[in-house]
Ligand binder design. Structure first.
Ligand code: CP
Length: 301
């Protein structure tokens, strides 16, 4: 398998690498012995809140036999003005080899990569930029269902312009030959999405997709006016997956959502665990995919 020193973006992933990571994640799920043979120390630096990505990386690190050092930005010298680069250099100096970072700033990792920091960096989400581990676990989930990507129709619906999941997933799914279409409020369907696929109503989209990927409306990223004017019930009626629309999905179709879910907004609360929902399967897959990603960045050491 190709090695990557750092894993920060969909742009680094070729179809061959994606297939190799999915295959390795499945091996690890089946109980394969981790490739890491020397002790590894990791730190997870989350400057934005997280349930899934943080705990999933920590579980992945533990399952690989890594030691994870706790790091809470609010208890650290970040509060005294320490830069992210200096925090990472400090961790590297005390022996941390892998840093998993979530940060609100788009592409926060770009200047860090230019510095060639002496540890591996994995991007756990940057602002509205990229979310490569979510992308890879989404690919793993889709591959398990359909066995391929070429020719699949994937509808990505919701808060597109603020979504790092939309950015990563549309890039990689297109690379793999899937047809990507979009739904949700037209103001979030910006030119970068128009360059990838059409914008459709839910009535047009739902009956034809193999994968319906619903995105959380990220109220924390909306402007003050957007956020105060947001009407959850109206959004659900126009852009959400209602129980009635669920019946229009094809027999083969699945529902995905990176979560956390706004129940009753992106989809009816009853549909979160509906037969076509793979939301908790995505989370399960995420542990093994993150193990494969951690192995990958360490493989060149
Ligand atoms: N999907 C995802 O990134 O969830 P968290 O924000 O809880 O990590």
């Amino acid at each position: 398998m190709t090695t990557l020193h750092d894993f920060v973006s969909a742009d680094q992933v070729t179809p061959v690498l994606a297939a190799a990571l999915i295959s390795r994640a499945r091996e690890l799920e089946a109980g394969a012995t981790p490739h890491l043979t020397t002790p590894y120390y990791a730190a997870n630096l989350f400057f934005e809140n997280s349930t899934r990505t943080h705990t999933s990386f920590e579980m992945a690190e533990r399952r690989l036999g890594m030691t994870t050092l706790p790091f809470d930005p609010k208890q650290s010298s970040v509060t005294k003005g320490e830069t992210l680069s200096d925090t990472l250099r400090t961790l590297a100096a005390i022996g941390v080899q892998v840093a998993v970072v979530r940060h609100p700033e788009d592409a926060y990792y770009a200047p860090l990569l230019a510095e060639h920091l002496p540890l591996h960096l994995i991007n756990a989400g940057d602002g509205a930029g990229q979310h490569p581990s979510q992308m890879m676990l989404d690919l793993m989930t889709i591959q398990a269902e359909f066995g391929h990507f070429a020719g699949l129709k994937v509808g990505i619906v919701g808060d597109l312009s603020h979504s790092r999941v939309a950015h990563s997933d549309m890039t990689m799914l297109t690379k793999l030959g899937a047809t990507v279409m979009f739904g949700g409020p037209a103001e979030w369907y910006t030119p970068e999405f128009a360059a990838v696929g059409p914008h459709l109503s839910m009535a047009e989209l739902v009956p034809q997709v193999d994968v319906l990927m619903l995105l959380r409306v990220q109220l924390e990223r909306l402007s003050g006016t957007e956020s105060s004017g947001f009407a959850p019930a109206a959004y659900h009626a126009q852009y959400g997956l209602t129980e009635a629309l669920y019946q229009k999905l094809g027999d083969q179709a699945i529902i995905m959502h990176p979560a956390p879910v706004n129940r009753g907004v992106e989809l009816a609360s009853s549909l979160v665990t509906a037969p076509k929902s793979r939301i908790f399967t995505q989370m399960h897959n995420g542990v093994f995919m993150r193990m494969a990603m951690l192995e990958l960045v360490c493989a060149g050491d």
